[in-house]
Design a protein around this ligand. Structure first.
Ligand code: B1M
Length: 216
């Protein structure tokens, strides 16, 4: 008998101790035990990867270990993804959301979670991927008549590009609200550049719906 707390610890430990098999097994246990996939990610896997990031920053881990930890997290998320998608009822299109990680930044785990949650909530998501050139946001937003445009940025060295995207949208006459997120973004930063901040994948959905007047 494995309780939720044990499974969350196993997910966290699998990532931070670089044990792929253990993390994937824990993800399978989470699904079998009916643990919320959002909780499994936020309070299990993401806790582990953030600890890896802190160790990397303190030079207690090498970049190759950081890369491996990210791969482990991605493999475990693959196990949770069907439950994540099933956890929300599919509805008519809630809105068209152009999403990507800004140019110069290759972090996409968080952005991918945001995409999964938005899709699960009925949004049509146009995912530009990672290291996405600013002009791609503008071109795609025009092409699909975006209701919202969102950028993810995890590094202090690329957070400025979120402003570049907002400025380029406005210069092109696109009025769709701009959402920003990722570890380098903040509410204060969003206000400064004329965007709206969402701290995690769940609040990205809530905020997006509120912006479109579709309720939380
Ligand atoms: Co890198 N990395 N990394 N990294 N990495 C950070 C960001 C860092 C803080 C680590 C550290 O030093 N402590 C640091 C940046 C420092 C800074 O700000 N200047 C850093 C660095 C330096 C680097 C490299 C430069 C390392 C190197 O090569 N020397 C390099 C970057 C190269 C580049 O981009 N050009 C690099 C590479 C990598 C990996 C490839 C190994 C891997 C990424 C793999 C991948 O994404 N496919 C990686 C990882 C895993 C991390 C950390 C450890 C974890 C990031 C993550 O996946 N978190 C990270 C440390 C940290 O963030 N504390 C770090 C889990 C994820 C679920 O959370 O992404 O925050 P997050 O997303 C959340 C919310 O932020 C929010 O919702 C998500 C779900 O809740 N959210 C949004 C995200 N986007 C949103 C958009 C929205 C709304 C909400 O609306 C549009």
């Amino acid at each position: 008998m494995t309780d939720k707390q044990t499974i969350l610890s196993e997910l966290e430990n699998g990532v931070k101790s670089l044990q792929q098999e253990a993390a994937v097994e824990a993800a399978k246990k989470a699904v079998a035990a009916g643990v919320s996939p959002v909780e499994a990610i936020e309070h299990g896997l993401a806790k582990g990867i953030r600890e890896v990031g802190e160790k990397f920053e303190r030079k207690e881990m090498f970049v190759v270990e950081l890369i491996y930890a990210a791969t482990i997290m991605e493999e475990a998320i693959k196990v949770l993804e069907p439950a994540l998608k099933a956890s929300k009822e599919k509805r008519h299109s809630t809105g068209r959301f152009v999403l990507g990680t800004v140019a110069g930044d290759i972090h996409d785990i968080g952005k991918n979670l945001v995409r999964i949650m938005l899709e699960a909530s009925g949004f049509e998501v146009y995912d530009l991927g990672k290291d996405a050139p600013t002009e791609n946001f503008i071109a795609k937003a025009k092409e699909v008549g975006a209701s919202l445009v969102g950028t993810s940025s995890l590094m202090t060295t690329t957070v400025e590009v979120q402003k570049e995207v907002v400025d380029a949208l406005r210069a092109a006459g696109i009025k769709a609200p701009a959402m920003v997120g990722g570890a380098a973004a903040s509410d204060e930063w969003a206000k400064e550049i004329g965007a709206i901040y969402a701290s995690d994948a769940g609040s990205a959905v809530t905020v997006a719906k509120q912006l479109l007047g579709k309720g939380a």
